[in-house]
Every structure is written in C-alpha cells, then in structure tokens.
Design a protein around this ligand. Structure first.
Ligand SMILES: NC(=O)c1ccc[n+]([C@@H]2O[C@H](COP(=O)([O-])OP(=O)(O)OC[C@H]3O[C@@H](n4cnc5c(N)ncnc54)[C@H](O)[C@@H]3O)[C@@H](O)[C@H]2O)c1
Ligand SMILES: O=CCCC(=O)O
Length: 547
C-alpha cells in the first residue's frame, strides 16, 4: 500500500509544510500579511481543449453500466456535466429514472444468487484484478477526476491511489471472513454463527472524492459476496463509469456491479434504491439533510444503513504544541480538496499564548505556498469549488464572520479573474461562536481561528455541535492527549496530525455525522448479517472421557 503521506498529502501541502519548517526557523512572522494570493497566469487558458487520455475508451459518454452491459436511459434523456474550472461541457450522461434503477436492482438481485456462494478467495482475486487495473490506469483516472471535480492533478493522483487501496485492502479481507463458535447456556446445545452477505446494496456517493467514496463501499460489499447498484453523483459521473469499465475488464461477473447516473432525477433514483424491497442495505456519503431523508425512506423496508455525513471538525492547538507542526497539520487538514472533505478542519481553536504566532505562520504559508487555478496546470495547488452553490455558501460564511468582527488575513473573496467557481483560500482571525462558521460546515477553503484559554473550555466548544465526524488536536502532553481524545465527541481523532484517512483505519462519525464504519476490518461487518445456528441434542460430555 502506498504511504499515506504520498497518497493524501498533496504536493502543495508537502511543499507548504517543508518550506514552512525552513521559514519559521529563520524568523517569527509579523501578523500583517498581504491578502494577495498567487493566481497562475495560465489558469484561464489551460482548459480550452479536452484533456487527453492514454486510453480514450475509459471515457464513457451517454451510457451506464447495468448487468454487464452499457445502456442508455430508457427515456433517452441525458444531463450535462461541466468542468467546474471552466464551465465548459465535458459530456452528457444518462438521466436514469426509477424504472431504469429498478432494472439495475433486478440485475443485482439475479447476480446475488450465484455471487453470494463464491469463495472468498475467488472474490479476493476479482478485487485484486480491479485494483491492478486502477493502478495501471491511474493517470487516466486522475485526469477524469481533475476534469470533472477540479482538484489539482497531484491530489487527483493521490485520490486514485487511496481509492485503489480500498480494493487492495478488501481483497485481503475477503478470504478471512470467520464466524464464531459460542459456548451454549443449555447443556447439549452447540451454537455457532455464520457471517452472510446482507444482499443487494444501494451505494450513493458524493462528488468530492469521485473514485474513493465508491471503492470504499464496493470493496467490502464484494469482499463478503454482496452485489451492488452504485448511484454516482451527477457532478462527477465519468470517473465512476471509468471504474465500471475497469470492473468489466477485471471480469467481475455481470450484474455484480451496476453503475447508474442521474442529476435532476437524483431524488427519484434515491427513492427507488431506498424503497425497493430487494435492496437490503444502503450506504450513503453526503450531507446530513440528505442522509436523514434517505433514512426516512429506508424505514419502509427497514434496510441496514451506513451514513457518512457532514462534519464540523474542531482543530485544537494547545500552547504546549509544536506550533510549526500544528501549522502544517492545519494546512493539510483545512485545505485538502479546497476544504471540500467531510473531515476538513472547520473550526481552528488556538490557545491564547500561541494564537498570534500560529495565525501569522498559518496565514504566511497560505499566502506563500498556494497557487489557485485550473487543476491541470502543474503549478496549481488549489482548484475550483464544485459549483456556484458552494461558492455562495463560502462567501456567505466569510461575509457573516466579517460583519461580526472577524479580520481577513488572507483571501476573503471570489476569484472571478480565474473563473466563477473559484474562491481565494482564506484565513480569518477573531472568530466567535456567534458566527455561522461556528455552527455550520463551510465545505470550502476558509479557515477561521478561534482563541481559547483552558482545556475544559475548548473541549466544551469543540463538542458544541450536533455533528461529530473528525476532531484534531496538537499537544505534547501525554496525559492531555489521552484526556482530550477521550472527551471529544467524534468518530475519529487526529493527534499531532491533520491527516487521518487510511483504508486500514475505521472511518465514520457519531451524532448527526451518521453511523457505520468504512475501511478497515470494521468496514466488512457493514455488509454482513450474522446468522446464529443452535444445534440441539448434541449430547452431554463423555463419562470419564477426556485426558
Ligand atoms: N460527507 C461528505 O463527504 C460530503 C460530500 C459531499 C457533500 N457533503 C455535504 O453536502 C453539502 C453541500 O454539498 P451538496 O450541495 O452536493 O450536497 P447534497 O446533499 O445536495 O448532495 C450530496 C450528494 O448526495 C446525493 N443526493 C442529493 N440528494 C439526494 C437524494 N434525494 N437522494 C439520493 N441522493 C441524493 C447527490 O448524489 C450528491 O452528490 C456540504 O456542505 C457537505 O456538508 C458531504
Ligand atoms: O469527504 C469524505 C471522505 C474523505 C476521506 O476519506 O478522507
């Protein structure tokens, strides 16, 4: 498995981190920093032609993958997908409806009857083949991700590695699925458990990780013998369709994986998946309001559910921390994918004695090391946001904070000179709990710095939110590390690191960030049901027997 640093720490953040170490050793930086960011001059022009793929057959237009075949929507309807960096049309995709989705569900149902009985070793080999094909086609997959999502190529390549690693991880889990033998309370009974695949799974994934959110769900589903219908996001369907093509080449049997697409019909496709009696499991990654809607819909047939929803991650810097390391961690956590990940730091709390030093170094790193522009430009470290709604939300959060007294150290504005979906990476100081950013996930490149005095106060502030996905803190006090890690109301804690994502580690939240765990050993159980078998009349222990 590729090292996590290589996989998840984009070239931009790596550079930022190492330059920062150097710069901070030389001098303490002043707090007054120009708000100007670098805009790469070619940013506007890098996109006038479609990017080239080594294997153009990975770019699937106007078709979805159902029952091992490439099909159009029965209605013939399609929707447009646009490059978020330029607004240019990338291509069109089938606008599936409930009827099309039901056809995919039936294909998955038919395939399940055979696939559920295959051996773990067989499923392992299929996943491994799919993994190998992802690695072999990594450059093309990264190109598709940058094209439709906007993230810089270095980040897109990191995502492909991360995504492929879920197939590798679960290919290794597939042959090692064990049940239990349990001592019975009744003499003469024997009890054991079987771990069975739950059945047909509906997987609904978001646009911020067009490959990794899909493989993180399909990997464990296939490992245990489930079949799937994957609803790719309307914003980034082409990456998912390239994955479907690689599944086909890997020899995944027909009907085992089905990929459907929709944009305007997304609620209808979501409803079909969540209400169809054949679908026994829904796994969704996306916003909390949509997660709640899907849960309501699933209640009609009581499906098993995994929900990986929004967060509002606290990032705490204690005065005893290594401030330079904390700055590097905050850069990595806050600005990954331009702030569009569910585990991005959303509220940065800095203890008062190191607040000014942290703010100055953090703002300086953003101003110095970030270059905003088209993700295909190798000099660019931060691309566009996904769509205009995202820009509106980010801008509203910044204006709200400013109106309530926050100070903009860097950025703070749209970058229309680059494109309409660009917002300057922004650093705000003087944040207070009255501001919208204290309550809501910004999901964009805005870092707001809150000052705090005591450990007790900051833990209370960190937990004062209805969601609980990730939380981070920097400290060199071991007792504090245990205390704070135990008291944060989140599903994942990063201590002295801003990067926690790892196929080997359980990913998921508490409170309104949802439930269920993805990746790791625990990810397997989400796609299984435990069947208990009691075998009666097995007799009593042998009289006088045994050694
Ligand atoms: N947890 C994550 O990784 C993640 C990813 C994307 C978005 N979000 C959250 O969503 C917010 C805004 O992003 P958005 O406007 O794309 O959010 P959204 O909730 O409208 O959409 C997120 C995804 O959910 C799916 N979706 C939406 N409505 C659906 C429905 N009725 N049935 C089935 N699927 C449906 C879509 O495929 C979409 O890609 C962010 O602020 C963030 O909180 C979280
Ligand atoms: O945004 C959601 C997932 C991010 C990750 O897996 O690190």
């Amino acid at each position: 498995m590729a090292s996590l640093q290589k996989t998840l720490f984009s070239s931009a953040s790596r550079t930022a981190s190492s330059r920062l170490q150097l710069a901070t050793r030389r001098r303490a930086l002043p707090i007054s920093i120009p708000r100007i960011l670098q805009v790469h001059p070619s940013a506007r022009f890098a996109s006038t032609m479609a990017p080239k793929l080594n294997d153009p057959s990975l770019f699937k237009k106007d078709v979805c993958y159902v029952n091992g075949e490439w099909v159009t929507a029965k209605s013939g309807k399609t929707f447009e997908v646009h490059d978020p960096a330029t607004g240019e049309l990338i291509g069109t995709c089938p606008e599936f409806d409930a009827d099309d989705t039901n056809t995919a569900i039936e294909a998955a149902e038919a395939a399940f009857e055979t696939f559920r009985h295959t051996t773990g070793r067989h499923r392992s080999k299929l996943l491994r083949k799919w993994y190998d094909l992802m690695v072999a086609n990594a450059d093309d997959l990264a190109t598709l991700i940058t094209w439709e999502n906007g993230k810089p190529t270095a980040d897109a390549k990191g995502e492909v590695t991360y995504a492929a690693n879920f197939f590798e991880w679960f290919s290794e889990e597939a042959p090692r699925i064990y049940g239990d033998t349990i001592p019975s309370s009744t003499p003469g009974n024997r009890v054991w458990t079987l771990k069975e695949p739950v059945g047909v799974c509906g997987l609904i994934t978001p646009w911020n990780f067009p490959a990794a959110m899909i493989t993180r769900k399909i990997g464990p589903a296939l490992a245990v013998g489930c079949t799937v219908v994957c609803k790719a996001p309307g914003e980034t369907p082409f990456t998912s369709l390239a994955l479907a093509e690689l599944a086909h080449r890997a020899g995944i049997p027909r009907g085992v994986v089905n990929f459907v697409t929709a944009l305007h019909n997304t609620p209808r496709v979501g409803e079909a998946l969540t209400t169809h009696p054949t679908v026994r499991k829904i796994s969704f990654t996306g916003s909390t309001p949509v997660g709640k809607l899907l849960m309501r819909q699933c209640s009609s047939t009581l499906k098993k559910l995994s929900l990986e929803l929004g967060g509002n991650a606290p990032f705490i810097v204690f005065a005893d921390a290594d401030v330079d390391a904390a700055v590097a961690g905050a850069i990595a956590s806050k600005f990954r994918s331009s702030g569009q990940t569910c585990v991005c730091a959303n509220r940065i709390f800095v203890q008062r004695p190191v607040y000014d030093e942290f703010a100055a170094k953090f703002a300086a790193a953003v101003r110095r090391d970030f270059t905003v522009g088209n993700g295909f430009d190798p000099k660019v470290t931060h691309g566009p946001l996904i769509h205009a709604r995202a820009i509106d939300k980010v801008e509203a959060h910044v204006r709200d904070a400013e109106a309530k007294g926050a100070r903009v150290l860097v950025g703070g504005r749209r970058m229309d000179e680059v494109g309409e979906n660009f917002f300057a990476p922004t650093v705000l100081t003087g944040m207070t709990t009255e501001m919208a950013m204290a309550e809501e996930e910004t999901f964009g490149p805005v870092a707001g710095l809150f000052a705090f005095d005591s450990e007790e106060e900051v833990v209370r502030l960190a937990n004062a939110t209805v969601v609980g996905l990730a939380g981070y803190f920097f400290s060199r006090d071991l007792a504090r590390v245990y205390r704070v890690a135990e008291h944060l109301e989140v599903g994942m804690v990063g201590v002295n690191t801003g990067l926690i994502s790892d196929p080997a580690a359980p990913f998921g939240g508490v409170k309104e960030s949802g439930f269920g765990r993805e990746g790791s050993l625990y990810g397997i159980g989400e796609y299984q049901v435990t069947k208990m078998v009691t075998y009666g009349g097995m007799g009593m222990p042998l009289q006088g027997g045994g050694a």
